[in-house]
Design a protein around this ligand. Structure first.
Ligand code: ZN
Length: 253
């Protein structure tokens, strides 16, 4: 993987047919080592992204900012200055304000790739008052394999460092309840996060999360009573080696 591969992923994510992002929405990141990651530049559109639309930043200082309190008293201007200072090349494009969550998610989940999007079908659910309930439901087996036994629910906060801290709290709550890190995150009134060890694993999770959201949106609109999988049915699929083997063939590098 090279910086060109992160630009290629961005262009794939921004395919209008997928309806995941428009304009400068969303961001993607890739890491080639434990020390740094490549992240989309602030305000850049992914549809025609080139390698120069990404910058390489030091991961450790960003993770510390999310986990610690040393940045908490800083105003937005100071946070932006500190964030810009994490670039390896000071002349590179300025990193996305969402870089914090990318760095923390990679460290927490062992991901090498993070995909953050604003898909219309997912937003249709995330603006519902009862959205948190639907994050805990699963309806079909492939949904469990690719997006996990449930989705981590992140209550709305402003983007940037506060959002990264809220994501951390949601991940820790999810881990205590489910016993593993989330594969997908719903950000209330905002969007979706998935990740993986490769771009195709992360993108596969996004596509499945969007398919599930479209299914659920349509089913809720029908007014019919829904039948979701029981906890035992979800646990069976989540721990079923055959199903995971079949799906892993999708995301080999
Ligand atoms: Zn966003």
């Amino acid at each position: 993987m090279t910086p060109e591969s992160v630009a290629r992923l961005a262009r794939e994510v921004a395919d209008p047919a997928l309806d995941l992002v428009i304009l400068a929405e969303g961001n993607v990141s890739l890491s080639f080592s434990d020390l740094t990651l490549w992240i989309k530049g602030s305000g850049r559109a992914m549809a025609h992204a080139a390698a120069s639309d990404f910058c390489e930043v030091r991961a450790r200082v960003l993770v510390d900012a999310v986990e610690g309190t040393s940045w908490d008293g800083l105003d937005d201007v100071a946070i932006r200055e500190h964030l810009d200072a994490t670039r390896l090349d000071p002349d590179a494009i300025r990193p996305s304000t969402e870089t914090f969550m990318h760095a923390w998610l990679m460290k927490h989940s062992g991901w090498k790739c993070v995909v953050h999007t604003h898909p219309t079908p997912v937003l249709s659910l995330l603006i519902r008052e009862d959205a948190a309930l639907w994050a805990t439901r699963r309806f079909f087996p492939d949904e469990i394999v690719l997006t996990g036994p449930a989705t981590a629910w992140v209550p709305y906060v402003a983007p940037g460092l506060p959002l990264a801290k809220a994501i951390r709290e949601a991940a820790l709550r999810f881990g205590a309840a489910i016993g593993e890190p989330p594969k997908t995150y719903w950000l209330q009134n905002h969007g979706l996060i998935t990740g993986g060890k490769t771009p195709s694993e992360a993108l596969s999770a996004t596509l499945m999360a969007v398919k599930s959201a479209r299914m659920l949106r349509d089913a809720l609109a029908s007014g019919a009573e829904l039948r979701w999988l029981t906890d035992a049915e979800v646990a069976h699929i989540a721990g079923w080696p055959d199903e995971h083997f079949r799906q892993s063939a999708l995301w080999e590098p």
